[in-house]
Design a protein around this ligand. Sequence first.
Ligand SMILES: Nc1ncnc2c1ncn2[C@@H]1O[C@H](COP(=O)(O)OP(=O)(O)OP(=O)(O)O)[C@@H](O)[C@H]1O
Ligand SMILES: [Mg+2]
Length: 399
Amino acid sequence: MDPVRNPYAPGAGQRPPELAGRDRQLTQFEVTLQRVAAGRPERSMVLSGLRGVGKTVLLNALRGLAVQRAWGTGKLEARPELSMRLPLAQAVHAAVREVAHRHRDPDRVDAVAGVLKSFALRTSVSDRKGVRWQPGSAIEVPATRGRADSGDLELDLVELFTDVADLARDLAVGIAVFVDEMQDLAASELAALCGACHEISQQGAPLLVVGAGLPHLPVTLAASKSYAERLFHYVVVDRLPQEMSDRALLVPAAAEGVDFEPEALDELYALTDGYPYFVQAYGKVTWDSAPASPIRVVDVREAAPEAEGELAVGFFGARYDRATPAERDYMRTMADLAVHTDDGAVSTADIARELARRPQSLSPARDGLIKKGLVYSSERGTVAFTVPHFGRFLRQQSG
Ligand SMILES: Nc1ncnc2c1ncn2[C@@H]1O[C@H](COP(=O)(O)OP(=O)(O)OP(=O)(O)O)[C@@H](O)[C@H]1O
Ligand SMILES: [Mg+2]
């Protein structure tokens, strides 16, 4: 069928034509926004899940809800080995700008901008690599010395958040900062961020930090501050049940006057397991190769090898290529052992035994893979792939 009208959108952070199966989380966040704006106690939200399940697009949808309520919003993507101070300052700056032009008191706006600038300027030179405090967006007020610039991140965040939240409260709205790939924040920064959120929520200030990251993010947060468990509402973003996976395919197709036969949908679900990235990828290829509506099961079967090939290159291959030879050996052994598990979690002791190595000698490979976001460990002594179906992909490669 006409590829120009193909509605499906495989790709990291690509907004799906139909955000299926996330109504509960959206509704819940609506309530959170209203409660926080009213100064009522409420936990913020942290999304966690495997690669390609739709954390980023859900995070963006939550941001959209905050924007609809006229909140100030900003977003950053954490990166390993990069301090969050500057990216966070930029995100908060974006949020402040969204509310500042509606504020009646320019002096108050300038005062907050000055604090934000002093917070940003406290960034060490080594942490400025790759991120600039853009002259174009620069705040044209002098930095306010002595506020949010102590160098103690937690203290500075509390001061910054307090002032920014006060500005939003004047307008009966709030500020929401969205942090994607949150597991990549350094432990000390994660602790500082939790500490600041804790303090801010006790003050009843209308500011939310909403996070998204890999499945071990809740464990990482709990390790950074003992009360993190009570600070956030943890939402596991998971693969879609068939009804929702069908919806993700049917609704965009219907908008183009195209239908699927039920057997075609069953076949697609068997192939994708309801993982959103796979749903989009198979949907896209199937659409292009099907001759006409309704899309039939034979169309799906004919298109499947191409979809698989694209995933092998883009989704799996690109990640596999980032691993060192030692890391690849480690993952192949993981993949072989994962066959015997229900949840894909493999014991690190078993991996060492299989490779005839001492467990400690494998720590660099494991840590490297965790840093690259290919593997995670939610439970001591076990590892699992962050990428769905990765074990299967690796077994096919070697088999
Ligand atoms: N609820 C949904 N319904 C339909 N498609 C979805 C849904 N959520 C995500 N998708 C699609 O899945 C793909 C992956 O989404 P996204 O990039 O948000 O995943 P992610 O969890 O952030 O992955 P990563 O961990 O790699 O960053 C995109 O192509 C997106 O359009
Ligand atoms: Mg993402």
